[in-house]
Design a protein around this ligand. Sequence first.
Ligand SMILES: Nc1ncnc2c1ncn2[C@@H]1O[C@H](COP(=O)(O)OP(=O)(O)OP(=O)(O)O)[C@@H](O)[C@H]1O
Length: 246
Amino acid sequence: MPPVLLDLSDVAAGYGGRIAIQDASLRLEGGQLLGLIGPNGAGKSTLLRAVAGLIPALAGSVAIDGHPILSERERALSALGYAVDPAELPAALTGRQYLEMVASVRRCQATDWPEPELDHVLGFRAWLDTPLAQCSLGTRAKLSIAAALLGAPALLVLDESLNGLDPVSSWRLRQILQRMVATGRHAAILSTHQIEMLGSLCTDLVYVEDGRIAYRWNRLDLETAGPGGIEAMVMTAVTGTAATIG
Ligand SMILES: Nc1ncnc2c1ncn2[C@@H]1O[C@H](COP(=O)(O)OP(=O)(O)OP(=O)(O)O)[C@@H](O)[C@H]1O
């Protein structure tokens, strides 16, 4: 049996007493790569922040790799790689300093990536000694993802992290994610507005709307739709009309 790497049960979370996501239940095993989609402001990032323990769950429970975030926070978070929003990276640090800081928390080396020479593969090596404030958005996004990958955590959470990446780096990173997940020892959640990116990547798909998980598709649904058919499948469900383009 693959390990249960994320167990989210009836989670509610929000800001200043206002609920932004509620009744969210998700279970991810090793080998699953979940795509998270939905309208702007639907609650996707809020859900992922609750998974990462950045905001508290106001109801329900979150467990990562079998460790409840509430009672075993340190053990739970040591199994999580969450790519921080590039805008929230510490601007005064260089990329190298940031990676070293994250590595020291993870108790690994600052180059301990699941694939060797990730800095070269993703093309940010030349920027490692530049303050993050002076790096381009895409380079900061790469450094954020590279930090999340340090120590090859069991659960990876990438919240729109691929948005700013150049096409080749995005493709390389998706390949790395797929290879990690295919081992059965890792699971990942990837939120994006680029549905077409998810077709050949995800094993599962969730659509969040108005603060709730509104639709779910599993591996069989995605295989049946085929990589090119996912967008039509989602649009048909969400808009209630058969959706085709062209
Ligand atoms: N830091 C915050 N403080 C207060 N409210 C917030 C904060 N972040 C998000 N919200 C609110 O919570 C709701 C859900 O926002 P969230 O960022 O989770 O949506 P999202 O689905 O990720 O949207 P997008 O696709 O536009 O990134 C929105 O109403 C938003 O205005």
